[in-house]
Design a protein around this ligand. Structure first.
Ligand code: ADP
Length: 493
């Protein structure tokens, strides 16, 4: 039941509010000590009051016990002085007094009920042995006290068995005194404490509400600032330095915001680049077609030449679109890698065979150096993309009579493919950008040789999908070497 209630409260929206929790904690921390203090003080008061009452009554009883011996009351209870003393005391403490002699017979009862009766109770028998007792009955509201009536042997009475100074218990005084007055004081104190407690509860309630409101304010500010950004009023970073916690949240949010801005900027730049790249061949086609159209009787040779140019431009457009599609596919296909065990040497041979005609056209020699047989768990199509792009670039950006060396090696964890050429190289300051989409070191040269600026972006994406790395070393005018390192198995990270 209690567990269900706890779950219910936990699932309640209000129970998940930090403000409500803070309020409850502050309120409880204020109220619980005050309740405990009240209970302890009242309890202590009761104990102390009973102690004082017992000690007072005992002192009075001892004095009377002396008088009882002096007046020989246990043998003759006719003394009026003693009778008056007993009456006065029992009235004063609203109690009852019984004088019991050595035979356990009641000599005097201030209520007049038990005179002549014999009393055999534990306390009386204990008291006959000289031990006085006191017992507080909180439920019925009285204290029962026994006091021994002791006679000290005087010089005249002294015998050999009972030397002078010996104390003899002659009887017992059994007294019960009411504690109504203590209970009444306790009641008054309790009422006053309750009033003070109510005032305190009210004050603590107000303080708890106020503190919860104040303490939570920085968090409200954080969510307000985030909402403003969400609704587009501002793009500035948020700052709420009131607490370390809010500062951490805000810092994290600002860095996410920063990242989103970078992503958004690069997306916009990408769209602008795509539009520009796609527009260029179309513009060329349009210009070529229009210039043919304005000429009334253009010769067939001119037509053929222009149509060849138009066809090249369309081919280029097709290449850009294909590369873009490959890139988009790679961006979305983290989970879609078709992993199989591929013989990398075989794959490299097939690719080089396919690219050799182009290399021959450019007077470039392509060689494959297999340092060992490599079989790895990779996506074959994406692996071909990597190799094709790198080798194609090494051919495209080579010099006449240049060479391309594809070196294959592996250790127990990774395999490496190095594509080294003897071409034009990449300037030092352009190295960082070559993997960016549409980036080309020399735009016009790249365009001339059919580059789209997407090849290395595709390559890097494919390498990262395989949890691999790619690095480049290059010297302008001497050549470039790309090294790709990929884990042999998918289990490796
Ligand atoms: P592209 O389609 O223009 O070749 P890439 O993304 O493949 O686009 O390459 C980006 C740029 O990096 C190229 O334009 C070229 O300037 C430079 N580059 C790439 N590979 C090489 C290389 N092997 N030698 C010299 N420059 C290279």
């Amino acid at each position: 039941m209690a567990e269900k209630l706890f779950h219910f409260l936990k699932n309640l929206k209000i129970g998940r509010s930090l403000k409500v929790r803070l309020f409850v904690i502050i309120f409880l921390m204020g109220i619980i000590p005050s309740i405990i203090i009240r209970a302890v003080i009242l309890e202590n008061y009761e104990d102390r009051a009973v102690e004082v009452r017992i000690s007072d009554v005992q002192t009075q009883l001892r004095i009377i016990a002396n008088h009882l011996i002096i007046y020989n009351y246990l043998q003759d209870n006719s003394s009026e002085v003693i009778g008056a003393e007993l009456e006065q005391l029992s009235n004063f403490y609203s109690g009852r007094m019984l004088i019991i002699n050595g035979n356990l017979r009641v000599v005097r009862d201030t209520y007049g009920i038990s005179e002549g009766k014999t009393i055999i109770s534990e306390e009386v028998i204990q008291c006959m042995k000289g031990v006085s007792t006191a017992h507080y009955d909180a439920v019925n509201g009285f204290i029962e006290i026994t006091i021994p009536i002791i006679e000290t042997v005087s010089a005249q009475m002294a015998t050999e068995e009972l030397p002078e100074g010996t104390e003899i218990v002659r009887g017992v005084m059994l007294t019960s005194v009411s504690t109504d007055s203590i209970a009444m004081t306790l009641e008054i104190l309790n009422r006053k404490a309750l009033i003070i407690e109510c005032i305190m509860i009210f004050c603590i309630l107000a303080i708890a509400l106020f503190l919860a409101q104040i303490l939570i304010r920085p968090f409200d500010r954080v969510s307000r600032s985030i909402s403003e950004i969400k609704e587009g009023y501002t793009e500035d970073p948020i700052s709420v330095p009131d607490y370390l916690e809010t500062e951490h949240i805000v810092d994290a949010f600002n860095s996410v915001l920063q990242r989103m801005k970078v992503l958004d900027d690069s997306r916009q730049e990408f769209v602008a680049n795509v539009s520009h790249e796609l527009k260029t061949p179309i513009t060329s086609v349009k210009v070529l077609a229009e210039s043919l159209l304005v000429q009334q009787d253009a010769p067939a040779d001119l037509y053929r030449e222009f149509m060849k140019d138009i066809s090249e431009e369309i081919e280029r457009e097709d290449k850009i679109i294909n590369d873009l599609l490959a890139l988009v596919k790679l961006d979305r296909s983290v989970a879609q890698l078709k992993i199989s065990v591929v013989n990398i040497n075989g794959l490299a041979e097939i690719i080089l065979k396919r690219l050799r005609p182009i290399a021959r056209k450019n007077n470039v020699e392509v060689v494959l150096i297999s340092k060992r047989e490599v079989s790895a768990e990779v996506d074959e199509v994406k692996m071909s993309l990597i190799l094709t792009n790198l080798v194609e670039n090494a051919i495209k950006y080579n010099r006449e009579q240049g060479t391309v060396e594809v070196t294959l090696d592996a250790d127990h964890q990774f395999f490496t493919v190095q594509v080294a050429d003897t071409g034009i190289g990449i300037p030092e300051d352009c190295m960082a950008q070559i993997y960016e989409r549409f980036y080309r070191v020399d735009k016009s040269h790249s365009r001339e040789i059919g580059g789209t600026g997407l090849g290395l972006a595709i390559t890097k994406n494919a390498v990262l999908l395989h949890r691999g790395s790619i690095k480049v070393e290059s010297r302008e005018g001497e050549g470039t070497a790309f090294t790709v390192k990929i884990p042999l198995t998918r289990a490796l990270k």
